[in-house]
Design a protein. Structure first.
Length: 464
């Protein structure tokens, strides 16, 4: 397995080089040169594997043997040792045709832990083996930051800086980031929204001299290793549901703002997992819904919602899917992304749009529908959904009736978003790990939304 850029100007590179490059040096995103296809006989064998064993089996298609087997195994098992459920990503039955894939049993109670605990181990491995200084730089709409910080706090040879939009993450999300006081952690609270933060990150990674001179490494889902780690739980969830129901094929409903989590599902389907429809659940920031339904990718006005981790207008991983749906035509992708930069939109039609609609469904869940879904399932099943997971369930309900089981991704614990839960008239008990955050000292640096201010703080941090 080798990796290439969606824009065609990066030759085939290996796994560790792709990991360290993060954003491709031509401004594109790295993808496998070929998507591996898993034989049906192998899928059958995989049904008996533990989560960690399945991780190793799937990773073997992507890592090129660049990491000795025993060392990779040690990293994988260490990554999931802190998870609160022995299955790592257990599946719960909500109704006869709807299951929840719980992805919030990691240390920060969000699905990002599943990839970022491994990436923290991998960055530590590379720093130690290659003697590299690594400066992780990322943006977060709430969950990525805490998960990334948890993965590398206190690690020698690694510094991490996370940008988050000031006042636009939940209080618990903010506390999970800003109560980590290790000297290798910097939190920048930026005036603006997540797209502003993400835009600055991409600009800094596209400045190849700045990237090299400051040893930048990517933690956001622009780094393909995030996607690779998330592919695993689609297989694991299908195997668990198939054992219980005998389902030969399933749908997945995925709350997403940056298109990374659902792109992992797309990769799983291309690898041979029997997925019928990938249902894209979003909120009022519904650029991705409009693309699936109309073929128009055009940011609208930013809206703050009850599901802040999806308050995103420009989806980082969209370019990866566009590359595949347009036949892996890197020249065409470069043209379209330049057009997007100058004109602010991308439009597809004809066969390409028909292909999108055959692979995806989409539903933008409005605020009251989100709250109503939380209330309904709490009353009828006793299960408390967080607002992002509620968006996934609401979207799943829009596409029910095809006779297939749908697995909806529960991406965060409801305690992270008590602001929305209280609006439903529901009081919840915080897990001790979260309630204790409110007693801890916070440390963050507030900056305006200008790139020079961010760079100034970065350089002080890197050179300290």
């Amino acid at each position: 397995m080798e990796y290439v850029s969606t824009r065609g100007k990066i030759g085939k590179i290996g796994f560790l080089d792709a990991f360290l490059m993060g954003l491709a040096n031509d401004g594109g995103l790295l993808v496998p040169s070929e998507i591996p296809v898993v034989p049906a006989s192998t899928l059958k064998e995989w049904q008996q594997l533990s989560y960690q064993e399945l991780v190793l089996a799937i990773f073997s298609y992507y890592t090129n043997g660049e990491i000795p087997e025993d060392e990779l195994k040690e990293m994988v098992y260490a990554s999931y040792a802190s998870f609160r459920d022995p299955e790592v990503t257990p599946v719960r039955k909500l109704t006869d045709d709807l299951y929840l894939l719980e992805l919030f049993h990691g240390p920060t109670f969000a699905f990002k832990d599943i990839a970022l605990q491994f990436m923290g181990q991998l960055y530590t491995y590379v720093s130690r083996k290659q003697g590299k200084k690594i400066h992780i730089l990322g943006a977060t709409s709430g969950d990525t930051g805490a998960s990334a910080i948890e993965g590398v706090k206190g690690k020698e040879g690694i510094k991490i800086c996370i940008l988050h939009p000031h006042g636009k993450v939940s209080k618990v999300q903010e506390l999970q980031m800003t109560t980590v006081l290790d000297s290798n952690v910097l939190n920048l609270s930026v005036e603006g929204n997540f797209d502003d933060c993400q835009g600055m990150i991409k600009e800094l990674f596209n400045d190849l001299d700045f990237k090299a001179n400051n040893h930048l490494a990517a933690i956001n889902s622009i780094n393909f290793i995030r996607i690779m780690a998330q592919i695993v739980y689609y297989f694991y969830a299908y195997f668990q549901v198939a054992k219980e129901t005998g389902a030969a094929e399933v749908n997945f409903s995925v709350p997403t703002g940056n298109f990374g989590d659902i792109f992992a599902g797309y990769m799983a389907k291309r690898m041979g997992l029997p997925i019928s429809k990938l249902i894209l659940a979003t909120n009022e920031n519904n650029i991705l819904e409009r693309f699936v339904l109309e073929g128009v990718y055009k940011p609208g006005d930013f809206r703050m919602t009850y599901s802040p981790s999806m308050d995103i207008q420009v989806a980082s991983n969209f370019e990866r899917y566009l590359y595949y749906v347009l036949g892996e035509d890197a020249a065409k992708i470069s043209e379209l992304m330049n057009q997007f930069k100058s004109e602010g939109q991308i439009v597809i039609s004809g066969d390409a749009l028909a292909k999108v609609r055959s692979e995806f469904g989409a539903h933008g869940v409005q605020g009251q529908e989100c709250l109503d879904t939380i209330s309904k399932y709490k009353a009828e099943t006793g299960y408390l959904l967080d607002p992002h997971s509620a968006c996934g369930v609401a979207a799943a309900n829009k596409y029910s009736g095809d006779g297939l089981v749908t697995i909806s991704l529960a991406t965060a614990h409801p305690a992270k978003f008590d602001e929305a839960i209280r609006l439903c008239g529901i009081e919840q008990q915080y897990p001790e790990q979260i309630s204790s955050l409110f007693e801890k000292e916070q440390r963050q640096t507030r900056v305006d939304g200008s790139l020079p201010d961010v760079v100034s703080e970065l350089l002080k941090f890197y050179n300290a």
